[in-house]
Ligand binder design. Structure first.
Ligand code: MN3
Length: 232
């Protein structure tokens, strides 16, 4: 049996809950969330199998998001910033959390780009116009680009990424980075990135990273790369 005082408290709480919908104010930082894939998990087959896509997106990318939110739990103003801003400025954070934000913020940003930089085979278009001109000026031909990009992916020792970025001497340049480091951390402008961590290919390609990157070229979303290039 509830005492009269307890009953009053219970009903007062219930009334308050009814009267005041508990909606968090817009300014309250909720942290980062996992973006939805822009296609079905099997859309990029045969280049990328559905199981790899599912684990890569639902588990690996989710973990970067969760760990980034944990690392920034005491920094609500940082939780409200665009992820690009967090990654570009992580060295302004307290030293104790810089490493976690570098790894997990980089992971969140790189993967958020990566999903959009791919498209169902036959739907991503081909480089044309100004982008094609820039590729030819920088690498001779589209095949020249692919060769150099593949080489960056293969010579990245251990986990990391191969990147196509806006160049300094030529219009475009190819770089690579270890772990989840992002060219944005050094002010680079990213146009295309390929995840060469084993988690991106090992289920299907085992140790054959070259086979994965070659197959990956068939699902590059050149339409998206062109949009980024136009905004560079
Ligand atoms: Mn990955």
């Amino acid at each position: 049996m509830l005492t009269r005082r307890e009953m009053l408290r219970v009903s007062a709480t219930a009334a308050a809950a009814l009267a005041v919908p508990r909606i968090a104010p817009a300014a309250e930082a909720k942290g980062f969330t996992l973006p939805k894939l822009p296609y079905a998990v099997d859309a990029l087959e045969p280049s990328i199998d559905a199981e790899t896509m599912t684990i890569h997106h639902d588990k690996h990318h989710q973990a970067y998001v969760d760990n980034l939110n944990k690392a920034l739990a005491g920094q609500p103003e940082w939780l409200a910033k665009p992820i690009e801003e967090v990654v570009a400025n992580y060295k302004k954070l307290p030293e104790a959390i810089q490493g976690a934000v570098r790894n997990n913020g980089g992971g969140h940003l790189n993967h958020s780009w990566f999903w959009q930089m791919m498209a169902k085979p036959g739907t991503g278009g081909e480089p044309k116009g100004e982008l094609l001109k820039a590729i030819e000026t920088s690498f001779g031909t589209l095949d020249g680009f692919k060769k150099e990009f593949l080489s960056a992916g293969l010579t990245q020792f251990g986990s990391g990424w191969a990147w196509l970025v806006v160049g300094k001497e030529k219009p475009l340049a190819i770089t690579k980075s270890p772990n989840q480091d992002s060219p944005l951390m050094d002010g680079g402008k990213v146009l295309l990135g390929c995840d060469v961590w084993e988690h991106a290919y090992y289920l299907k390609y085992r140790n054959l990273r070259a086979k994965y990157v070659e197959a990956w070229f068939a699902v590059v979303n050149w339409n998206y790369v062109s949009e980024l290039f136009a905004k560079k």
